[in-house]
Design a protein around this ligand. Structure first.
Ligand code: UT7
Length: 330
């Protein structure tokens, strides 16, 4: 008998404002046609801090939904991990702020930075603690307000991103049939410059003369990132399936990082996957970084697309570079 990790609740927090491609056409040299054909994206949500929409408030909404579905209270939590590169404040971190409002006084809480892979990294850490038996109930969130880090004059990145939060409540289980089967997390710091935010932090802080506001924004060598993203998500997916002697045909739903429809299609082609088994919401939300996996899982579960007993493979990829895969039997 061994301990493992079971998913018992999911939730999402999405800002109310929907930005269509047509709006981007009004201030960028771009077109709805280019964005749709090159990325699949049609709309994205953009947070309005003046209406109180921030990473913290979206994360709180997602967490409260997930706890309600799970039938748990904040005081039941032993751990809170938030994957984000856009916290409202660096200190206190988002997880500490959530701990306070959720009344999770017993929980340890921290943010982790792994860009788009933040949720998958958090889930992997929680799964290790669960297997050791040291925690019973945990909350993992992926949240991002990338609209604050996008250079709205740069058409090569401005059209891609959106804001969102997704949350999952995990609980320790001894049931071998319904659990996180495995998680694999990877990184390659040598490729960090392909996707980065050059200014605004310790290297070039805002008070230094060489600081430039437009360098305090996301810079991406999109074409190179595209190729590495496909290669690494395919590799991470193959590794985790092979390790557990699971074939692609055994998987009920594939949730890949929602960055670009063409990236998801390329992964599906490389793995020879039936495209009806792909989860897709990049058209609606764009790339919400760490939030894409938990928001997708929440939608797939609440819509009845997946049910208890189904096998899910997740794979993600992001700045760092970081990437990850997970196999979950609901
Ligand atoms: O979540 C983190 C990981 N991030 C990603 O996974 C993103 C990975 N990369 C991508 O999704 C794609 O590379 C992009 C969508 C960013 C770009 O698509 P692409 O097919 O790789 O286009 P490209 O960068 O090769 O650019 C093709 C052309 C260029 O024009 P020229 O040089 O051929 O004249 C760009 O200047 O498209 C131009 N272009 C645009 N045109 C209209 C770039 N962005 C736009 C735009 N509208 N928004």
């Amino acid at each position: 008998m061994s301990f493992g990790t079971k998913i018992i609740g999911t939730g999402s927090g999405l800002p109310s404002r929907v930005m269509h491609n047509a709006e981007l056409e009004t201030f960028l040299d771009t077109s709805d046609e280019w964005i749709r054909t090159r990325t699949g994206i049609e709309t994205r949500r953009i947070a309005n801090p003046e209406k109180g929409e921030t990473s913290f408030t979206m994360a709180r909404q997602a967490a409260e939904q997930a706890l309600e579905m799970a039938g748990r209270k904040g005081s039941d939590l032993d751990a809170i991990i938030v994957g984000t590169i856009t916290p409202d404040t660096v200190m206190p971190n988002t997880a500490n702020q959530l701990q306070a409002v959720l009344g999770a006084s017993r929980a340890f809480s921290f943010d982790l930075q792994a860009a788009c892979s933040g949720f998958a990294y958090g889930m992997s850490i929680i799964d290790q603690y669960m297997r050791l038996g040291t925690i019973r109930t945990a909350l993992v969130i992926g949240v991002e307000t990338l609209s604050t880090l996008v250079d709205w004059r740069d058409r090569s990145t401005a059209v891609l991103f959106g804001d969102a939060a997704g949350a999952v409540v995990f609980e320790r289980t001894e049931d071998p049939d319904h659990r996180v089967i495995d998680t694999r997390i990877f990184s390659d710091g040598r490729l960090g410059e392909l996707l980065c935010i050059p200014h605004g932090f310790g290297k070039v802080p805002p008070y230094r003369p060489e600081y430039q506001l437009h360098m305090h924004k996301i810079k991406m060598r999109g074409n190179e990132v595209f190729k590495v993203a496909v290669r690494n998500m395919v590799d991470a997916s193959k590794k985790i399936m092979q390790a557990h002697k699971i074939s692609k045909d055994d998987i009920d739903l594939f949730i890949f990082h929602q960055a670009n429809l063409r990236i998801i299609d390329s992964c599906a082609e490389s793995l020879n996957i039936d495209k009806r088994k792909l989860w897709l919401n990049v058209q609606k939300y764009g790339n919400t970084s760490a939030a894409t996996l938990p928001v997708s899982l929440d939608e797939a579960w609440r819509s009845g697309t997946v049910k208890q007993g189904d096998l899910i493979l997740m794979a993600t990829f992001g700045g760092g570079l970081t990437w990850a895969s997970a196999l979950i039997r609901l």
